[in-house]
Design a protein. Structure first.
Length: 628
C-alpha cells in the first residue's frame, strides 16, 4: 500500500493531475493489465512495456542427495513477465518479449522415491538480489556450493548441491545468523548462481590491483624452489591464469585461447564449438602469463622458438580437471591453447549423444557382436572420443577385460584399463597394440588409426575374436573403407573385420529458456524440400507431421546466443553384404554411399533435419556443420 501511495504522489507531481485522479488512472491501468493477462493476452502499454503470463512446462531434472542421484519433478507453472521499453531518449529498439520465465520467480520441485523433505529449487536463468547474495561471502559459497536466494523474516533459503552436509549447514548458520532452510539444486544451476557474484572483467581488474586472490595449485605440484623463485614476479599473472582456468570450467568452455597481438593479449573461450571473445589483457603481462602457464604445465620457460605440449591437473570445485596445454611461436609472441577436460562430466549414453531411430538400432546391434571393428569418423572436435567412450561404457562389465590406447587419456573410466601413448619413448599406438594383445583383452579401444601399421594390428585383432573400436579421419562414413584401402589394407581384410562406420558432427542446441517457434523464408523452405524428399520412410512421414521450426531469442542463460549445449548428428553405415562386395571391388565412396542409400541410410544432414523438427537445433546450424 505504501508503494502504491508513493507512485500516486509521483504521478501527481510529474503531471500536475490531482491525487484522486492519479489514483483512479492507476487503478484503471492495473485493472486493464490484470484483465488482459488473465485472458492470456499480451498487454502492450505504451511507453511502459509489455505484460503477459508465461506457462512453464513440466520438467524433470536429476540431482544428488546423500551421494545418490535423485529424480525431481518440476510441475507446470504460470509466471508473470514484464518487458519494459527503453527510455524515449535512448536510441535502442524495444527488446522482444521473452518467452522464458521471470528472472525473479523460483520454481520448486519435489523429489521422487525418497523420504527426504528437502525440496528442489531451480536457479538457472534466475537473478538473485545482491543484498541476499552478499549474506554468504563468495569464498564460502564456492567452498560449500551453497547460495542464498530468498530471505523471509529470519529464515534464509539456501540452495545447496549437498543439503545433508552438516559442516556447510552449520557454517552458513553461524555466518548469517539466520534460520537456514536448505534446498537441493543441480551443479549446473549452482554454477549459474555462483557466477552472479562477479563478472570476469571486473575480477581481472580487482585481482591485478590486489594481492589476496587464491591461486590454483596443480595436483602434480612443480618443484617448490622453482615456484618460490617465480612467485613475486608472476603474482599478477598467476592470479589471471587461475581465474581464467576456473571461469572456463564454469562456463563449460572446451578450449581457452590466449593470443598475443601487437598492442594487447586477447583471451577467447570456445563454448559450444564457437570461439567467443572474453577479455583483453595489457601487453605488459604477456611474458609473465606465458611463463606462469609453462610453470604449471612443466614446460621449458626459456624455450620460445619451438612448440611445446604439456598438461595441468587441478582440483576445482571438488572435481579433477585436466588442461592439455599447447604453445606455438608467432610473430607477436607465443600463443597458448588449453583444452579443458572436466572429469566430472563422465560418459554419456547413446541417447544423450543424440543417436536415435535406425542409427541407434544399428549401433546397439553391433555392440552385441562377439568380435569385429567399429570405426568413428569425423574432423577434430566432432566428438569422436566421446562416442568411443559411450561405446565402451555400453559394453563394459565385470566379465569383460577392456584395454584402451589413447593420446591422451581424456576421461577416466572405472573398470577399464586405460593406457596413454608416448611417442617420445617409442610407445606408439602400434607398439602399444602389440602389448595389449598379450594382456588377454576382450575389447580394445584405439584412440586413432593413423598409419598402416596400426590399422593392420587393429584389423587382425578384430579378426581373431576381439571387439575393436577406433577413430579415423574421414569426412563421412562412406569414405572410411576407401581410406583404409589407401593405407594399403587388403579389401578382404576390411570386409571381414569391419562391422560399422559412424560419422558425426556436433550442432549447437537451442536454449530451452528462450526457444520460440518461427516461420521459414521461402528460399529456406525450397532448400528443405529437396532434403525431405531424399529421406527414407518412415522418417519422411514423421518429418512432415512435425513441420515446425524453432530458434532461441537469446537470454542470460545462453549468453544471448540462443544456443546452449551441443548434440551430435550422425550417419551410421552398417557393413552389409552389398557394401562388402563393393569394397572387394575397391569401389569409390560415392558408389558405397549410393548403395547405402538404397538400404535406407540416413545421412548426417538428414539426421540434423530430424533434430530440427524435434526443436533441438536450427536449420542454420545443421547447414553450417554439414556444408561441403
Amino acid at each position: 500500500m505504501a508503494v502504491t501511495i508513493d507512485v500516486i504522489k509521483q504521478i501527481s507531481k510529474k503531471t500536475g493531475v490531482p491525487t484522486y485522479k492519479s489514483r483512479a488512472y492507476l487503478k484503471a491501468l492495473t485493472d486493464s493489465i490484470t484483465s488482459g493477462i488473465r485472458d492470456g493476452k499480451v498487454v502492450d502499454i505504451q511507453p511502459l512495456g509489455k505484460f503477459q503470463l508465461i506457462q512453464l512446462p513440466e520438467r524433470e531434472v536429476t540431482a544428488k542427495l546423500g551421494g545418490k542421484q535423485q529424480d525431481i519433478d518440476l510441475e507446470p507453472t504460470v509466471v508473470p513477465n514484464f518487458q519494459p521499453y527503453p527510455a524515449p531518449n535512448q536510441a535502442v529498439k524495444p527488446a522482444p518479449v521473452k518467452t522464458d520465465n521471470s528472472s525473479s520467480i523460483f520454481r520448486v520441485g519435489t523429489l521422487r522415491n525418497t523420504e527426504s523433505n528437502v525440496q528442489f529449487i531451480e536457479l538457472n536463468g534466475k537473478t538473485i538480489p545482491k543484498p541476499i547474495l552478499s549474506l554468504i561471502p563468495e569464498p564460502i559459497a564456492r567452498k560449500y556450493k551453497s547460495v542464498p536466494f530468498l530471505l523471509e523474516d529470519k529464515t534464509l533459503s539456501v540452495a545447496m548441491t549437498d543439503p545433508e552436509n552438516e559442516e556447510a549447514f552449520n557454517a552458513i548458520r553461524k555466518i548469517t545468523g539466520k534460520i537456514v532452510k536448505p534446498f537441493i539444486t543441480t551443479d549446473e544451476d549452482m554454477s549459474y548462481a555462483l557466477d552472479q557474484y562477479s563478472a570476469l572483467q571486473s575480477e581481472m581488474k580487482e585481482m591485478l590491483a590486489s594481492d589476496d586472490t587464491e591461486e590454483i595449485t596443480p595436483v602434480e605440484e612443480k618443484d617448490q624452489q622453482t615456484r618460490d623463485e617465480d612467485a613475486d614476479e608472476a603474482s599478477p599473472a598467476a592470479k589471471v591464469i587461475s581465474t581464467l582456468l576456473k571461469r572456463a570450467v564454469r562456463e563449460k568452455a572446451s578450449d581457452i585461447h590466449i593470443e598475443p597481438s601487437e598492442e594487447a593479449v586477447l583471451v577467447r573461450f570456445r563454448v559450444d564449438g564457437v570461439l567467443r571473445k572474453v577479455l583483453t589483457l595489457p601487453k605488459e603481462i604477456q611474458s609473465s602469463l606465458i611463463s606462469r602457464i609453462k610453470i604449471l604445465s612443466n614446460l621449458k620457460i626459456d624455450e620460445t622458438r619451438l612448440p611445446q605440449d604439456g598438461r595441468i591437473q587441478v582440483l576445482m570445485d571438488g572435481n579433477n580437471v585436466d588442461f592439455r596445454i599447447s604453445t606455438i611461436p608467432t610473430v607477436t609472441g607465443e600463443k597458448v591453447v588449453a583444452r579443458v577436460l572436466d572429469h566430472s562430466k563422465g560418459t554419456l549414453t547413446f541417447e544423450q549423444l543424440g543417436l536415435r531411430g535406425r542409427a541407434l538400432q544399428i549401433l546397439e546391434d553391433n555392440t552385441k557382436k562377439a568380435h569385429g571393428m567399429t570405426l568413428v569418423t569425423g574432423p577434430t572436435g566432432s566428438g569422436k572420443s566421446t562416442t568411443l567412450y559411450a561405446i565402451i561404457s555400453k559394453i563394459k562389465g565385470d566379465g569383460i577385460n577392456i584395454i584402451t590406447m589413447e593420446d591422451p587419456v581424456e576421461y577416466r573410466m572405472t573398470g577399464v584399463n586405460q593406457s596413454q601413448v608416448n611417442s617420445k619413448i617409442g610407445y606408439t599406438f602400434a607398439n602399444g597394440l602389440r602389448s595389449i594383445l598379450r594382456q588377454d583383452p576382450d575389447v580394445i579401444m584405439v584412440g586413432e588409426i593413423r598409419d598402416k601399421e596400426t590399422a593392420d594390428i587393429a584389423i587382425n585383432a578384430a579378426l581373431t575374436g576381439h571387439i575393436v573400436v577406433s577413430s579415423l579421419h574421414t569426412n563421412d562414413a562412406a569414405g572410411a573403407i576407401p581410406r583404409l584401402l589407401d593405407m594399403g589394407i587388403e579389401p578382404f581384410l576390411i570386409t571381414s573385420s569391419t562391422n560399422a562406420v559412424i560419422a558425426q558432427r556436433l550442432c549447437r542446441q537451442i536454449c530451452d529458456k528462450c526457444r520460440k517457434e518461427i516461420t521459414l523464408k521461402d528460399e529456406e523452405t525450397a532448400l528443405l524440400a529437396k532434403d525431405l524428399d531424399a529421406l527414407p520412410e518412415p522418417e519422411k512421414t514423421q518429418a512432415k507431421q512435425n513441420f515446425k521450426f524453432y530458434q532461441g531469442e537469446g537470454c542470460s542463460a545462453c549468453g544471448n546466443t540462443g544456443y546452449k549445449g551441443r548434440i551430435g548428428i550422425f550417419e551410421i553405415l552398417g557393413v552389409t553384404e552389398p557394401i562388402k562386395q563393393l569394397a572387394l571391388k575397391r569401389a569409390t565412396s560415392s558408389d558405397i554411399f549410393a548403395e547405402a542409400q538404397k538400404e535406407g541410410f540416413i545421412t548426417m544432414r538428414q539426421d540434423g533435419l530430424l533434430k530440427v523438427f524435434d526443436g533441438l537445433t536450427t536449420l542454420e546450424e545443421v547447414w553450417r556443420v554439414t556444408k561441403d
